[in-house]
Design a protein around this ligand. Structure first.
Ligand code: SF4
Length: 443
């Protein structure tokens, strides 16, 4: 390829967004220059996600748009979950694509591009048979204050609705030494807020002789000088141990927020989903959090309309929401995904019924959030400033509990506060965010 410019577009979760940061770093290190539009690029990279329904159609539609908009003479690369899932079928459906690679093959991207430069018409990287993680020193990070660190890739579970085990391969943890090195370098470069990532982040197990578990790694990252906040996502309830809560209690740099996806409040549905825990086992973890010394915010994911979910099962989910009182949740309607066990299950729930159920969940949760957020009025929260909303004349901040807290501090207007930590008194609360006033000096 003589034109060494590339454009990258990313869909999906934080894992995908962070993979793109690493792909960008790898390409830049290989002599490529990133450009802002597909039209001006020699190489167009599309990082895809297949977690939701109709993802494949959307991918092919977008690839077609790229082709129409950019004309001939470009190299198109499809990476990410749809690439892994569809494999060489992508070449049949979108003949203008010349590179297809899943996440387990990203370390080979430069080599695959060299093959294309040498005249190969099509190259693939689809093997899931790897011990490696995509661990690269060339990660390009666009946020100067918050950084993501992948500590574990893939998934060894087999939830009946999920494509991840098919698209991201088996679990592979990085060594604690390599994670600590990356986190220390980030702290030296001025990053204060890091987020440890993995599909099952708390299933982390250090493959080196040190043998750290997740709670130990979390604590040690939080003790690196300069690191002020550590978050982690996503946790699996089965592997969620009390030591994680103990670490949060002991170490103020660990954010007092846990995202623990429950998916359903019915043990019967959880069994059909192959989630590997019952409602009671899940609730034991919630009790650990509620019994902690720090006030830990708890958030979750809910799927409504899983095949066979009865009205009674659904009511059990609503009851769970009342019992836990989550600080926030992501709700999804079940959608069938290729290769998954749930595809073959009987008793599908109609779209109409799924819509009814999700609306009830969201309405109930909205009332809970208004109640919980209102309870914070009058408290002083430390926020990390993420930016400014000029139209409203407010700074945008995030609390340790992961709440958005927008605030004013007139005397600092014009002064760059982004990336700083400031104490803010909460004066108003809505369902999704808080409003407040900065009360003291900026650190
Ligand atoms: S734990 Fe279940 S939902 Fe999470 S990535 Fe693995 S299979 Fe998917």
């Amino acid at each position: 390829m003589t034109d060494k410019t590339f454009y990258i577009e990313t869909f999906g979760c934080q894992m995908n967004a962070h993979d793109s940061e690493k792909v960008i770093g790898t390409l830049v290190h290989s002599g490529y220059t990133q450009v802002e539009t597909p039209e001006s690029a020699g190489l167009v990279v599309y990082n895809t996600c297949s977690i939701r329904d109709k993802a494949e159609q959307k991918v092919f539609h977008r690839l077609d748009q790229f082709k129409r908009a950019t004309g001939k003479g470009k190299v198109f690369a499809v990476i990410g979950c749809v690439a892994q899932q569809e494999g060489e079928r992508i070449f049949e459906k979108a003949p203008h694509v010349s590179l297809v690679a899943g996440s387990a093959s990203y370390t080979r991207l430069p080599e695959m591009l060299v093959q294309l430069e040498a005249g190969a018409r099509r190259v693939t990287g689809l093997s899931l048979d790897t011990e490696e993680t995509f661990d690269t020193p060339f990660t390009r990070r666009d946020n100067p204050h918050r950084a993501y660190i992948t500590i574990i890739e893939g998934c060894d579970k087999s939830c009946a609705y999920c494509v991840v085990p098919f698209t991201r391969g088996p679990e592979r943890s990085r060594t604690s030494e390599s994670v600590m090195r990356e986190a220390t370098e980030l702290a030296r470069a001025g990053y204060t807020d890091v987020q440890l990532l993995g599909q099952n982040v708390n299933s982390y197990h250090d493959p080196s002789p040190a043998g750290w578990d997740f709670a130990t790694l979390l604590d040690r990252v939080g003790r690196i000088p300069g690191i002020r906040r550590v978050r982690f996502t996503t946790s699996h309830p089965r592997d969620f141990v009390k030591e994680i809560i103990d670490a949060i209690d002991e170490n103020p740099a660990l954010c007092n927020h846990v995202h623990l996806p429950v998916q359903s409040g019915s043990s019967r549905v959880l069994g059909r989903m192959q989630r590997l825990y019952t409602r009671d086992e899940y609730m034991r973890r919630i009790e650990w959090m509620k019994g902690a010394r720090r006030n830990i915010a708890i958030t979750t994911d809910i799927i409504v309309g899983f095949p066979g979910e009865t009205e009674e099962d659904f009511q059990a989910t609503l009851d769970l929401l009342d019992q836990v009182e989550y600080d926030s949740l992501f709700s999804f309607k079940y959608s069938p995904r290729p290769n998954t066990a749930a595809l073959a299950m009987e008793d599908k729930i109609s779209e109409e019924e799924k819509t009814r159920r999700i609306m009830i969940v969201n309405e109930k949760q909205r009332a809970i959030q208004i109640r919980r957020n209102s309870g914070l009025i009058g408290t002083i929260e430390e926020v990390m400033v993420e930016g400014r909303n000029e139209a409203l004349g407010q700074w945008i901040g995030r609390t340790s509990q992961n709440r958005t807290l927008n605030f004013t501090r007139p005397e600092t207007d014009g002064e760059p506060l982004t990336g700083k930590y400031v104490p803010v008194r909460v004066t108003r609360a809505g369902p999704n965010s808080l409003v407040g006033e900065c009360v003291m000096s900026v650190v």
